[in-house]
Design a protein around this ligand. Structure first.
Ligand code: 5MM
Length: 336
């Protein structure tokens, strides 16, 4: 696939309802996922699992990009093909997580994402390996006195700085300001925190002269906190998320690809579908799910070779369901 601009790459990833498979779990996160199915998190097991995902039939036409972790972008499949080539042969573009994780801000419960040091050099290598886009995740908490303006400013400034360096290296930056679902806050608290983040983020991107047409936004949806007994319904989540995005996201951004953030796989699909049925925005509204795409596949796999096909079918199904949701064409009856 040949692209002549960053905007073409970004637009391709979200074209025709396609979305992103987030498979960039760092090793500790991958270990947590594997622990849940009783599988040891070795380099080979991580490779085998991800190879089976990337070779799934349902990658084609439904998944426009895959976010990888540093270990994975360097790995080869069992037959010697690089995983980057496996992904590309499915019509999907390889991306790479380039942040270096979170560091607490002083003695607070808030964090600042690390990774700007040496970023330019690392990007040059990832570009050579074949990465077409990158990801950086900032994490924002809702709680007593949180999010603080300091945490929002520091994280959004770092996201903009990262995005500029990535574009200078000819790759599309995906900017992920994740307001966590953890807590018993209301959907309105989430609306407010997400609004503050997006407002600051786009001001910082403008300030750094980041090309918005060559950028992808990966936000959270506006939901109730996961411990709140009063959960907003699908229509409310969809409407409030759209209202929040429309207030701060410029029209020329090619794609908004949501994270799932701990939502069930069906909820993540239902919310996306409801937003696309409402419509009235310029950007493609699609997905960049980790857990909501992988969970059924992980459970089907259980670390056993003989379960590979079942696991691939599970991933293919979720990929197709979310592609339909990105076009507002999903229905719960399709899940049976
Ligand atoms: C796949 O997980 C990503 C990496 O997480 P760690 O750095 O904690 O290992 C994560 O950034 C992910 O891309 C997003 O949170 C979206 O995944 P979910 O599961 O929320 O859709």
């Amino acid at each position: 696939m040949n692209f002549s601009s960053l905007s073409e790459i970004a637009s391709y990833i979200v074209s025709d309802g396609k979305g992103i498979l987030a498979a960039d779990e760092s090793n500790p996160t991958c270990t947590k996922r594997f622990d849940s199915i009783g599988v040891e998190s070795t380099e080979d097991n991580r490779r085998d699992y991800r190879e089976l995902l990337f070779r799934s039939e349902g990658m084609k036409g439904n998944i426009g990009g895959v976010i990888l972790f540093d270990e994975t972008i360097r790995q080869t499949a069992a037959d010697g093909t690089s995983l980057v080539d496996v992904i590309t042969s499915q019509g999907s573009l390889p991306g790479i997580k380039v942040d270096k994780g979170l560091q607490k801000i002083g003695s607070t419960e808030e964090s600042l994402t690390q990774g700007l040091e040496g970023l330019d050099e690392r990007l040059k290598e990832y570009f050579e390996i074949g990465a077409k886009f990158t990801k950086w995740r900032a994490v924002i908490n809702i709680g007593k006195d949180m999010p603080s303006s300091e945490a929002i400013s520091a994280n959004m400034e770092a996201l903009a700085e990262y995005a500029k360096i990535v574009q200078n290296n000819n790759m599309v930056p995906m900017v992920e300001p994740e307001v966590l679902m953890d807590g018993n806050h209301s959907i309105d608290d989430c609306f407010e925190a997400t609004s503050r983040c997006l407002d600051t983020l786009f001001a910082c991107l403008l300030d750094k002269e980041v090309d918005i047409k060559g950028t992808i936004l990966k936000p959270n949806m506006v939901t109730s906190g996961s411990n709140n007994s009063d959960q907003a319904n699908v229509e409310e989540v969809a409407q409030k998320t759209i209202d929040c995005l429309k207030a701060y996201v410029p029209d020329d951004l090619p794609g908004v690809t949501f994270l799932s953030g701990g939502q069930s796989d069906i909820d993540a699909t239902a919310h996306l579908d409801a937003m696309n049925k409402i419509g009235g925005f310029n950007w493609k509204l699609s997905f960049s799910y980790g857990r909501a795409l992988q969970q059924p596949a992980l459970k089907a796999w259980m670390g056993k070779k003989e379960n590979a096909i079942l696991a691939q079918q599970a991933l293919s199904h979720r990929a197709l369901m979310n592609k339909l949701a990105s076009e507002g064409k999903w229905d719960i009856s399709l899940e049976n």
